[in-house]
Design a protein around this ligand. Sequence first.
Ligand SMILES: *Cc1c(COP(=O)(O)O)cnc(C)c1O
Length: 428
Amino acid sequence: MTNIFQTPKNFPLTADALREVIKRFPTPFHIYDEKIIRENFRRLREAFSWAPDFREHFAVKATPNPYIVEVLARDGAGTDCSSIAELFISQAADVVGEKIMLTSNDTPAEEFRKALELGAIINLDDITHIAYLEQNARLPEIISFRYNPADIMNDGNDIIGRPAEAKYGLTREQIFAAYKICLDKGIKRFGLHTMIASNERKASTFIYTARIMFELAAKIKSELGIKFEFVNLGGGLGIPYRPDELPVDLKTIGDGVKELFHEILVPVGLGDVRLAMESGRAITGSAGWLVSTVLHKKNTYKQYVGLDSCMSDLMRPALYDAYHHITILGKEDEPCDEVYDVTGSLCENNDKFAIDRRLPHIDVGDIVIIHDTGAHGHAMGFNYNGKLRSAELLIRESGKIEMIRRAETLNDYFATLNFPNARLKLNH
Ligand SMILES: *Cc1c(COP(=O)(O)O)cnc(C)c1O
């Protein structure tokens, strides 16, 4: 029999402080903690402090809010963008030039043009994109390619899938050909990129990725004479969503990658290659919470607790069957002697934040804290059923709480609808 009391997971405010916040900003909202975001980034930086000029390109898609990008940029982070909107977000936060890496796929021409305008590093997802880029924009001064190592990785991950099944990147044969084409076209500056894992907590996966990439960089150098400026190992660092899971051992990753750096890159004259990563989840995931209020309780064949938020605020449980820990405010020390499905209000039966979750007795009006929503949480939201996405708040290091994105309104929802406003009878 498992422990009837929940293993606690942290939340940065006291119960009283949170109730005060809710008076100012009605639920639901995502709330982020600046201090934890900066600490997460600092730990990543420290693991690679040995590397020449290590750079984290924060994956904007995880938490696409310029306030968050700005917090990280002040500590030296760049951005990893995969869409034109993300390029604009990076620009708004004053992250421009080669601090941006555009790692998109199926890329539209206007996105390449915006990236070139900003001086971003363009990382191509396919060999045919060289010609597409040249025809629809121009070739850049520095170029990079995304490598797909196929099934060299024998433990591909559920979300991105096994590399050979993933739509991303170039094959081994193509990547040599691609750099050759670029050399012939007069490009002189090069980088190399991959992104294999997703929400991976095993250090060995990242060390293995580094081995693949370093060996590839050395091989390309010996065959084509290219001296890479950077190798980007991608994102995919996992976080412990469950209270009993262990965090990623960043120090082991940093030390393991360092050893390979000296074993593989230094001897072939690549000892000054800049290492880069593009983590999203590991930076902001644990620094965000979705705060909701219980609207209804329902007892049919199961016990349901219905919140004022739904899948449009957090899709991960419905999309990936992902676990998000849940705390009931003020009931942290009560025994978990009830079993609930915690649901949203969508007309979709998978709109559930938790299924058969052991929780303390819940009442209508209780405040529900859903943990680890800082990455791929608000960002994935959508408007199915006409549901509106929540606000985003940020707890500054000073303790001040700022609304960094307001909640959507019905006016936002109808803004794209070319139908006379008067007949929609909006009184906003
Ligand atoms: C999603 C993504 C990331 C970030 O992944 P995390 O799991 O949040 O670290 C980085 N790079 C690319 C290309 C991505 O698509």
